[in-house]
Design a protein around this ligand. Structure first.
Ligand code: RIB
Ligand code: CA
Length: 305
């Protein structure tokens, strides 16, 4: 079975970090490039975190900083959950700061044009992918699928209606959802069921690799912040759902739906309206096998030596 080519566009971010680990250590995926978005923290901080993580994973792939702002709206960050650094809880060695000279959207364009088949994974606001589409629609025929963590078939997390990644840049999400490229949406309706409970952290701590050490230290801070900000019993590990859906699609069930993005200035801005329809654009995750999810996470923590 040939590997799936992926580009990961992310805003690390504690859960993005684990999605990146899976991308680097899976033998089913070929990580072609990483781009960063302004989301959990500013572009400078999410980019620095992505650089630290790629060095920590000894993964040599192009990394480009993405757009410092959403397409139209103001920057919105989330230090309450991810801390001042955007990845509080783990101290990395001092790595050389080396980024690709292109902006994120240009690296996405160039990577797509030089590969026939690529799956683009976004785990933050979709600004970079939208900018790439706006600059060069030729790329669309090179994208087999857009797999995103974002949205929800039900309630949001930042507002009653909207999930963070979509709310930060609804216009960008709208461009992606209307691009004609098939989408696969891992939304809060499934990801909020995937909680990093104490027993998960304990089990991870017994793995004794550098990957499990990173996981345990990051999740302790992530959980503390999720408890105090969202009064959740533990943090939902949202972003790895995208990568796990590629590693083993049977972990989730999906329903074909028509998903439309609310780009108004109303209280519903950023809502993902998911409807059953004869015309569909998105496979929407509707359930998750939580035991399988954690099995895959632990398997990849073991590989990160
Ligand atoms: O709403 C959850 C999403 O927002 C996750 O991707 C998290 O990392 C933040 O970006
Ligand atoms: Ca994220």
């Amino acid at each position: 079975m040939s590997k799936i080519n992926i580009i990961l566009d992310c805003d690390p971010g504690h859960d993005d970090a684990i999605a990146l680990l899976l991308s680097c250590y899976s033998d089913k995926l070929n990580l072609l490039a990483v781009t960063t978005s302004s989301g959990n923290q500013t572009i400078e901080k999410t980019s620095k975190n992505a650089l630290n993580l790629l060095n920590f994973f000894n993964k040599n792939v192009p990394l480009a900083k993405g757009s410092p702002t959403p397409l139209k709206r103001k920057v919105m960050i989330c230090p309450e959950i991810h801390g001042e650094s955007g990845l509080d809880g783990f101290i990395f060695p001092n790595y050389e700061e080396k980024y690709d000279s292109r902006e994120g959207y240009q690296l996405i364009i160039d990577t797509l044009l030089s590969n026939e088949h690529v799956t683009v994974v976004t785990t933050g606001p979709m600004t970079n992918l939208a900018k790439a589409i706006l600059h060069n629609r030729e790329i669309l025929k090179h994208i087999d699928e857009i797999v995103l963590m974002g949205g929800s078939t039900g309630k949001g997390n930042i507002t009653e209606y909207s999930e963070f990644n979509i709310l930060v840049d609804p216009e960008a999400a709208d461009i992606c959802f209307k691009s004609g490229v098939p989408l696969r949406m891992l939304g809060l309706n499934v990801t909020r069921k995937i909680l990093v409970r104490e027993k998960i952290v304990e089990e991870a701590s017994k793995i004794n690799t550098k990957g499990s050490d990173l996981f345990v230290k990051l999740m302790k801070v992530f959980n503390e912040n999720q408890r105090s900000f969202f009064s959740l019993e533990a943090g939902p590990l949202h972003d790895p759902a995208t990568i796990i859906s590629l590693i083993d699609p049977t972990v989730f069930t999906f329903e074909d739906m028509l998903v439309e993005i609310d780009t108004s200035e109303s209280e519903k801005a950023g809502q993902t309206r998911c409807k059953k329809s004869t015309i569909t654009n998105c496979k929407v995750a509707t359930s998750v096998d939580i035991d399988k999810y954690w099995e895959i996470i632990f398997d990849h923590l073991r590989r990160c030596k």
